[in-house]
Design a protein around this ligand. Structure first.
Ligand code: MTE
Ligand code: MO
Length: 322
């Protein structure tokens, strides 16, 4: 298998190594990797950090309990059809523009209603819990979906370390907003920085993934490097990219899309085929990569198919709390 002889890779192959990424890797990019790998072997210190980060392998063990059977989205599609408004609003913009994102050094501040605030660098964050590969469906509120092998661990591990106080009822995620690195910030379309939030019990649900990689490697910049959240039962915009602060708070935090259009994007934003967006139906979705003329649309599933989260919403009217 091609992957085994890549000089920058010495660890045990994971499930993602035999999936779409291999198919995607052209001989040309393979040769570029050979060259990069040779350069790395020749002298790590000579290379700028940002370069060393991109494409770096991130070993993780597949967690079968969190792996959907759907065909994985091709790596090329998952990294070229993105929403990351800090780099532009066109789906192709993040792949084009996110090269300027400096992902190392990187830190996350843990603050608010915690025993004692602290800062974690990327190394500490990566070592906080064993890395797992999880294959999740991600459903964008716009009506398309992907299936991606993410790498990370349950956010609950970090929450445990943070020791939230009894006042902590919600978790707020604040993402990077740096005009020097992010050309999209000059467009005031969203109230920057991009912010998201979860109720503490949602954040503690084992499905909620503190995400550091995908397809066997660190996150590509356009997918939210170096650290993001993935909440697979909610619309994609809840899965904030390039996080710099995790804040524990008493009250429901303001979120970027809710501030933009409160009647269209609620705080909960659970995937729900029974509650339409004011401007379009949410009953079906287009799976990226299956968009040929004859490809049937897929039925969108309640909670994106993650029924194990239903208990989080017992007694709640999910029409009201959309
Ligand atoms: N910081 C930030 N995070 C973000 C966004 C964004 O514009 N900025 N877009 C969201 C939306 S709408 C979606 S669908 C997902 C897309 O993630 P992907 O490009 O990795 O598939 O990221 C979410 N996280
Ligand atoms: Mo989205």
């Amino acid at each position: 298998m091609l992957i085994k002889i890549r000089p920058d890779q010495i660890e045990i192959p994971t499930a993602s190594e035999i999936t779409p990424k291999d198919v995607y890797l052209s001989r040309r990019s393979f040769m570029a990797r050979v060259a990069a790998g040779a350069a790395l072997a020749g002298g790590m210190g000579a290379l700028p950090q940002a370069f060393a980060q991109q494409g770096r392998k991130l070993p993780a063990k597949l967690n079968n309990a969190y792996a959907v059977m759907d065909k994985q989205t091709a790596y090329k599609d998952a990294t070229s059809y993105n929403n990351f408004y800090e780099f532009g609003t066109d789906k192709a913009d993040p792949a084009k523009n996110a090269g300027t994102l400096k992902t190392s050094p990187w830190t996350i501040d843990i603050e608010g209603e915690v025993k004692k605030p602290f800062t974690l660098d990327l190394d500490a964050l990566t070592k906080l819990a064993p890395l797992e590969e999880r294959i999740y469906r991600l459903r964008c509120v716009e009506g398309w979906s992907m299936v991606i092998p993410w790498i990370g661990y349950s956010l609950s591990a970090l929450i445990k370390k943070a020791e939230p106080t009894g006042n902590a009822k919600y978790v707020e995620f604040v993402t990077l907003a740096d005009k020097k690195q992010m050309p999209g910030l000059s467009d005031p379309i969203l109230n920057w920085p991009y912010r998201e939030g979860l109720r503490l019990d949602e954040a503690n649900h084992p499905l909620t993934l503190l995400t550091l990689g995908m397809y066997g490697e660190v996150l590509p910049n356009q997918n939210g490097a170096p650290v993001r959240i993935i909440v697979p039962w909610k619309y994609g915009f809840k899965s904030a990219k390039s996080i710099v602060k995790i804040r524990f708070v008493k009250d429901e935090p303001k979120t970027a899309w809710n501030l933009y259009a409160p009647q269209e994007y609620g705080f909960y934003s659970n995937v729900n085929p029974g509650v339409d967006h004011p401007r379009w139906s949410q009953a079906t979705e287009r799976r990226i990569g299956e968009d040929g003329f004859f490809a049937p649309k897929r039925k969108t599933l309640m909670f994106n198919g993650y029924n194990e989260v239903a208990g989080l919403y017992t007694g709640m009217d999910l029409r009201k709390f959309f």
